[in-house]
Design a protein. Structure first.
Length: 245
């Protein structure tokens, strides 16, 4: 059966996590079937020099995402697509829902962490063995390319296709907080209406709220805003920080 929504997910992207929680609210109210597929920030940036083109820590984070996507690919191949949504939820809750200062980032996608996620998702823990199995990378790379073939390559994560494979595809929307049930539907209808307008390509602003997640400090009535460029906060590349000092 063809799903209503394909959601291309990298587990270490905070915006993919927030957007997935929004999509789950929409799916529950509209009775949509969501198929979580894979897009790896590490693989789509494999030709970049992390030392100069990303802030510190991004290579570690992106690699952690790829490591767990290998686990998810192994689970999907053996147990079917229906088990991936639980992995998305379990991974996100194991990281993004933890308090600031938990130290969880250094443990991302270790064997211990993967086992915890698999247990929470009700999936056999033997799949943690796939963390270092690079034989899954070709499949993940091909799925990443599929997502980008629908939107163009100058985007990030997540990517959503509504009525795949030939329906609307778009990057994001990049949102910094999870809407309530009513606002979730209003936002979905607005996004689908806008993305479906003939000739529409992009509406963008680079100023973003800090994602409203516990691991990043939690919800606040006055969130800080930051300017983003090329998938990271502006002014945070090694060379930019040196010049600022």
């Amino acid at each position: 059966m063809t799903p209503d929504i394909e959601f291309f997910w990298d587990p270490v992207c905070p915006f993919a996590w927030i957007t997935s929680r929004w999509v789950e609210k929409v799916a529950a109210q509209r009775d949509y079937d969501v198929d979580y597929r894979f897009i790896s920030l590490r693989l789509i940036n494999k030709h970049k020099d992390y030392a100069t083109e990303f802030p510190g820590g991004y290579e570690f984070g992106h690699t952690a995402g790829l490591r767990f996507l290998r686990v998810a690919a192994a689970v999907r191949a053996d147990l079917g697509r229906g088990r991936i949504a639980a992995l998305v939820t379990a991974y996100g809750e194991s990281y993004w829902d933890l308090p600031t200062g938990s130290g969880m980032r250094t443990k991302l996608s270790t064997t211990e962490h993967a086992v915890e996620v698999l247990e929470a998702a009700g999936v056999p823990t033997r799949f943690a063995e796939a963390l270092d199995d690079e034989s899954w990378d070709q499949l993940i790379d091909e799925e990443s390319d599929l997502a980008l073939s629908r939107t163009g390559r100058d985007v990030g994560t997540p990517i959503i296709t509504f009525h795949p494979p030939d329906g609307l595809s778009f990057f994001g929307p990049v949102i910094s907080r999870v809407p309530d049930d009513a606002d979730a539907l209003r936002l979905w209808d607005a996004v689908v209406e806008l993305a479906g307008f003939p000739g529409f390509a992009e509406m963008k602003r680079s100023m973003r709220e800090v994602p409203q997640l516990r691991i990043l400090g939690g919800l606040t009535d006055a969130p800080q805003t930051e300017d983003w460029t090329d998938g990271h906060r502006a002014g945070h590349l090694p060379g930019e920080q040196e010049s600022a000092n």
